[in-house]
Design a binder for this molecule. Sequence first.
Ligand code: PEP
Ligand code: MN
Length: 252
Amino acid sequence: MIVNAGGVKCGQGNFIIIGGPCSVESETQIADIAEKVKAGGADMLRGGAFKPRTSPYDFQGKKEEGMEWLLEAKKKTGLPVVTEITGVEHLPLYDDVDVIQVGARNMQNFELLTELGNTRKTILLKRGMANTLRELLSSAEYILAGGNDNIILCERGIRTFETETRNTLDLAAVPVLKHMTELPVIVDPSHGTGHSYLVEPMALAAAACGADGLMIEVHSDPARALSDGQQAVTPDKFTEIVAKVRRVRAAV
Ligand code: PEP
Ligand code: MN
């Protein structure tokens, strides 16, 4: 199945690369990264405005203002955008957003999934950190039940006993999901590992095992990022990863 992501095709041989910061931090930050990921070969821009953070004392996102800056960056670069939704009440703000992300923490927010099923927006549904693949598909079913089949699934790592990585990236999920469903499957090696040095090898592995795309966190100054800096790659590194990933895709 091919899903339309803001004019970009995802699935059945159409590989999509999404790059951008974990969070939209300022108008200039997102504009700068948007230009750089575009130059580096990204098909789509990411950036969180509504951020679900583990601690209430951590940066919570720039919310409405961040959404405006993200849409400005979309206008300037022409890149379609994906950004997370954390509550149904925010849905009216997503009219110009190309792909709405449901994060790991909301994978089983059934009310939210049902509402998104009533739209015809493309939904990027991330696997919950403690959810099975059947549960992921059951969540997708909530969206499908409303008649919306514009869904891209995303493996982003799960909780295991291993602590050297932030999550354990379950790459077997890719061929397993391909066996179970027609929906496209992408991989997020940033949250899947939690370390910038692991993003390239796992991105290449994802491309080799049949993923339909990647979502990679990119920051111009990772050390100063307001969220997830330790797993962000620089725009130069992103450019290098994109070139290598495209070579792997051409080879498999
Ligand atoms: C994100 O993409 O920034 C994010 C919060 O991801 P996840 O929901 O997978 O933790
Ligand atoms: Mn993040």
